[in-house]
Design a protein around this ligand. Structure first.
Ligand code: NAP
Length: 212
């Protein structure tokens, strides 16, 4: 499978790219800083340079089987960049996928995106950006899967998760396990059309993804 991961130098994205390369998929990551390219090459993937706030993604996704949106403006950013990255970048990827007839799109969203009004300030803007991007994807006609991880940690992955289409719970999950869930979801047609939350848990990733 040929996959493009947008936000390719992100913490989840790098782990996902490594997993894809390990299982023999051809993966490339979209980055905005060319100096990050060696880190993508070190895990057996290629880098494509594109600043998603300033450029289109059309060329970056040419000829691929699936796209993953794993970019984010990050914790230090303000309301404006939540719109330009978390929302605008995700929508650009929808448009690019459609323009290239790439049907499969996996989104890294967030818990809380089902109810942005429960938050305030910049965090509300973040959840609204995620919610709006998720809605556009669900309405896009693409074969989508929306993954909403809980609070991310850099703890080592356990390979054990708790996935649920029932939204509104709160818990944590290692980024490594989120990456494993994303990699598995790309293989499982039963995840198409699903939105689910992702936490650390007790069920092996492959089993959890297949039972959604
Ligand atoms: N923190 C949490 O607890 C939590 C919980 C649920 C979901 N999430 C979401 O999960 C996703 C992945 O998380 P993560 O920790 O792996 O993210 P991360 O390490 O912050 O990575 C985000 C990536 O997006 C890239 N990016 C930002 N602006 C860009 C632009 N204009 N053009 C191209 N790339 C751009 C960044 O590149 P640069 O290095 O160039 O900035 C970075 O590599 C994020 O959307 C995050 O919001 C987070």
């Amino acid at each position: 499978m040929e996959v493009v991961v947008v936000g390719g130098h992100g913490k989840i994205a790098l782990k996902l790219l490594a997993l894809l390369a390990e299982r023999g998929d051809r993966a490339r990551g979209v980055i905005r800083d060319p100096a990050q390219a060696p880190d993508l090459e070190a895990v057996g993937t290629e880098a494509v340079v594109c600043d998603i706030e300033r450029e289109e993604l059309t060329d970056a996704v040419k000829g691929v089987d699936a796209v993953v949106f794993a970019a984010g403006a990050g914790p230090g950013s303000g309301t404006e960049r939540k719109r330009t990255v978390d929302y605008g970048g995700a929508v650009k990827l929808i448009e690019a996928a459609k323009a290239n007839a790439v049907a499969r799109y996996v989104m890294v969203s967030s818990i809380g995106a089902h109810d942005p009004d429960s938050a305030s300030g910049t965090f509300r803007a973040y959840l609204q950006a995620k919610a709006d991007a998720d809605r556009e994807l669900a309405d896009s006609g693409l074969d989508y899967t929306i993954v909403r991880p809980g609070m991310l940690s850099d703890d080592a992955g356990t390979g054990l998760v708790d996935l649920s289409t029932e939204l509104g719970r709160r818990s944590a999950v290692p980024r490594e396990d989120v990456a494993a869930v994303l990699a598995e979801a790309l293989l499982v047609p039963g995840t198409v059309g699903k939105t689910f939350e992702c936490f650390g848990g007790e069920i092996p990733v492959a089993e959890a993804v297949r039972s959604l």
